[in-house]
Design a protein around this ligand. Structure first.
Ligand SMILES: Cc1ncc(COP(=O)(O)O)c(C=O)c1O
Length: 403
């Protein structure tokens, strides 16, 4: 099928939940993808921070192919070899002692919320269930994670949302202190807010949250669904901040393209859950955990988080150069290879012009143009992408000037 045929069927048979670009991707290799009409693109969105190794990385393809011949799915009623291998690597490279696997970021956060509530009920008392989250946060689309998300635009029409969430401004410790009480079970934040416009936490903020949670006996949850897996220049973003959470959620990049999520925590918290407390039919099945083992070992062996840091610094410097010369670029933000340009105008048209010129990027919060290239990207591909971006933004500035 060509683009037009796929788009026609998409409109006919799919629920209309995404503002999709008018093309269908059919093939990917490294940082490049091709649509159904054969047009080539540089992919600087990477499935929204999922394709950390680029598309169809040979080690991930091999792991999936081998595992698919052996065992695709059994059940968590049995032990699963790739699942325990993945858990061991995650534990050895993080603060955590134990892992629970699920299928998505929202499911990981939903489980983290359940864990914090159950833990707090026994550690703090039956009235402790509330989770403090931040304005502009994004934690998922299930009812509880939607309620945890501090953005009313996502809530509208779905009320009543589950109770037990209170929102405070991001990077504001006093607001957290004021929000905490006997009803509080924990605090949940993204170390860099992603969907909310790529806003990094101040180091003092995360340190302060750790102190408040220690003093008050609260669970500190880091949602690293987007920031984790090397994206921000360390394997997990908390490592650069040198602040360890009690609970961390992962998804997106963990499987290098397959659907997987995880909750990582310490023994102190993990013991809250026993058989029957929580579960997931597909969570951590042999196929996805084999893909994730291949992804994670590749990141670690090739030190791709360090590449993200190094190339990220170069990309950031070049973006600062664009900002310096272009009045529609207000600010450059982010960490590692999770970077964004805040524009003075909506970025929808610029994103579409980039797409037409062969570069995939996206827009959050209306005017924040986000770049999430693969962690193994090199400077030549960055230059290729920036040549397009710079030209498109110069056109945007020229249009703004004549208005
Ligand atoms: C920080 C964060 N948490 C949770 C989610 C939800 O993940 P999923 O779409 O896999 O449910 C996202 C998705 O963008 C995210 O960025």
């Amino acid at each position: 099928m060509n683009n037009a045929e796929i788009i026609a069927k998409s409109k006919a048979f799919l629920m209309n939940t995404y503002a999709r670009a008018p093309m269908a991707l059919v093939r990917g290799q490294g940082a490049r993808v091709w649509d159904a009409d054969g047009k080539e693109y540089l992919d600087f969105l990477g499935g929204i921070a999922v394709n950390v190794l680029g598309h169809c990385h040979p080690r991930v393809v091999e792991a999936i192919s081998q595992q698919a011949k052996q065992l695709i799915h059994c059940s968590n009623l049995y032990h699963i070899e790739p699942q325990v291998k993945l858990a061991e690597i995650l534990v050895r490279h993080s603060f955590a002692d134990k892992v629970f696997f699920c299928n998505s970021g929202a499911e990981a956060n939903e489980g983290a919320i359940k864990l914090a509530r159950k833990w707090a009920k026994s550690a703090r008392g039956p009235e402790s269930y509330e989770i403090v989250t931040t304005l502009r946060s994004f934690h998922g689309r299930t009812l509880a994670t939607l309620a945890a998300t501090g953005q009313t635009k996502y809530h509208e029409g779905f009320e009543p949302l589950p109770p037990g969430f209170v929102y405070v401004p991001f990077n504001d410790l006093e607001a957290v202190e004021a929000a905490v009480g006997p009803q509080t079970a924990g605090v949940m934040v993204e170390p860099v807010q992603g969907e909310g416009g790529v806003h990094p936490a101040d180091p003092e903020y995360l340190r302060g949250l750790r102190r408040i949670c220690d003093q008050q006996g609260l669970a500190l949850i880091f949602d690293e669904v987007q920031t984790g897996m090397g994206r921000c220049g360390t394997l997990f973003a908390y490592q650069a901040y040198r602040v360890e959470p009690d609970v961390m959620t992962l998804a997106k990049g963990l499987g290098g393209g397959v659907a997987i999520g995880a909750i990582l925590t310490t023994d102190r918290f993990a013991q809250t859950f026993g058989p029957g407390s929580h579960g997931s039919t597909f969570g951590g099945n042999p196929l996805v955990t084999a893909a994730a083992v291949a992804t994670l070992t590749t990141i670690l062996e090739e030190r791709l988080h360090q590449n993200a840091q190094r190339v990220g610094e170069y990309l950031r410097m070049r973006l600062e150069g664009i900002r310096h010369n272009n009045p529609v670029v207000r600010e450059v933000r982010g960490r590692g290879l999770m970077l964004a340009l805040e524009l003075t105008v909506p970025c929808k048209d610029a994103v579409e012009s980039c797409r037409q010129a062969g570069l995939l990027v996206n827009c959050t919060e209306g005017n924040v143009l986000r770049l999430l290239p693969p962690l193994n990207i090199d400077v030549q591909l960055i230059d290729e992408a920036l040549a397009i971006l710079e030209r498109v933004l110069a056109e945007t500035a020229a249009q703004v000037a004549v208005q």
